[in-house]
Design a protein around this ligand. Structure first.
Ligand code: AHG
Ligand code: MN
Ligand code: MN
Ligand code: MN
Length: 336
């Protein structure tokens, strides 16, 4: 039994150091955490509560929605709409923004989320997660999609929950990264991974190798050099992992280092798309967390957090993780 610092205590104590903090933000984070606990409970029960399988619908990005994609989205909305901290929300599973209904007060924050990351893993009982990002609402008047189109550097906080062998919540408010483990008996997240740091060097990479024939030359070069191992230019052997839940792959990198890539490729371009992962609720929150843990996060050519978003569901190429590897991949892209 762990009698440590709870996430609630941690957030309140951290807020004390922020001048002008009103408690609004603390309360918003608490509501997000509650939503993650509800999703965690559902995921844990799996087939027992009939939540596996597809919902029979498609989201705006043309993906088949799983029942749990839709349910998690509803849970996030219900937990976060009533308290008066938010002006609007946006999610992978909603075509357009969700302004807070008139029956509730509207607040100064915006929330974006991927309610369930790693959908393809639900039915096979492999780790999935939830990703979220908090922005400040820029102006007054009617809230619009435009309010959400802020560069990742503007994020106030970002985090993810991972529903794995243990449920964990990893959070940054721009002052490092801390990891909490859910104690199911008392229903509280307890600080178990303070000040998480990504080692600058690694010998592990993560990429969907089945797309190899579509990759651009810099990515091909990088991965080939990893595969060449001790005998190649890197003079060391590399290991590979691909969980196909970004949350789980990023969590591994935060724990022991590594590099994660979902680059632009010819197949993605042929579909008229600009990447696989979505900027506002996947790439930006994860990049904020990774940078706060001492890692790097780029599209291949530029820092993800500096990309100016043009639309709600915009996609970007993603390369993130151990700093020296990310810098190497950037250099390979710059060399052409
Ligand atoms: P989501 O389940 O939220 O749609 O996201 C899935 C993403 C990401 O989590 C993962 O890294 C990637 O898709 C997996 O892609 P492949 O199916 O190409 O492996
Ligand atoms: Mn999806
Ligand atoms: Mn996702
Ligand atoms: Mn998702």
């Amino acid at each position: 039994m762990h009698n440590g610092i709870s996430l609630t205590q941690f957030i309140i104590e951290e807020q004390r150091h922020i001048p002008g903090a009103t408690g609004d933000f603390t309360s918003l984070l608490n509501d997000i955490v509650t939503a993650c606990k509800v999703i965690s409970n559902l995921v844990n029960h799996g087939a027992l509560v009939g939540i596996l399988g597809t919902a029979g619908t498609e989201n705006v990005q043309g993906e088949v929605q799983k029942k749990l994609d839709v349910l998690s989205n509803e849970i996030f909305i219900k937990s976060n709409e009533w308290a008066g901290h938010l002006a609007a929300m946006a999610s992978e599973e909603m075509d357009s923004i969700y302004p807070i209904p008139d029956k509730y007060p509207r607040g100064k924050y915006l929330l974006t989320f991927d309610p369930l990351d790693g959908s393809s893993n639900i039915d096979v009982n492999v780790s999935v997660g939830t990703i979220f990002s908090i922005l400040r609402r820029p102006g007054g008047g009617e809230v619009s999609e435009r309010d959400f189109l802020q560069a990742g550097t503007q994020q106030v906080a970002a985090g993810y929950a991972i529903y794995g062998p243990a449920t964990m919540l990893v959070l940054t408010t721009g002052n490092g990264v801390n990891g909490f483990t859910l104690d199911q008996n008392i229903g509280e997240f307890i600080l178990t991974h303070p000040k998480m740091q990504i080692p600058a060097d690694t010998s592990e990479f993560a990429i969907n190798m089945s797309n190899m024939r579509f990759w651009e030359p810099p990515v091909r070069r990088y991965v080939q050099e990893c595969l060449d191992g001790k005998e190649g230019p890197r003079a060391k052997d590399f290991n590979m992992r691909w969980i196909a839940s970004m949350v789980a792959d990023v969590h591994r990198i935060l724990t022991r280092g590594g590099v994660f890539m979902y680059p632009i490729d010819a197949k993605i371009k042929a579909k008229g798309e600009t990447g696989r992962l979505r900027l506002l609720y996947e790439a930006n929150p994860m990049s904020f967390i990774v940078e706060q843990a001492g890692g790097g996060a780029i599209t291949g050519r530029e820092r993800i957090l500096e990309v100016q978003p043009e639309s709600l569901h915009q996609r970007v190429p993603v390369v993130l993780g151990s700093k020296n590897e990310v810098e190497r991949i950037l250099a390979y892209h710059q060399e052409g």
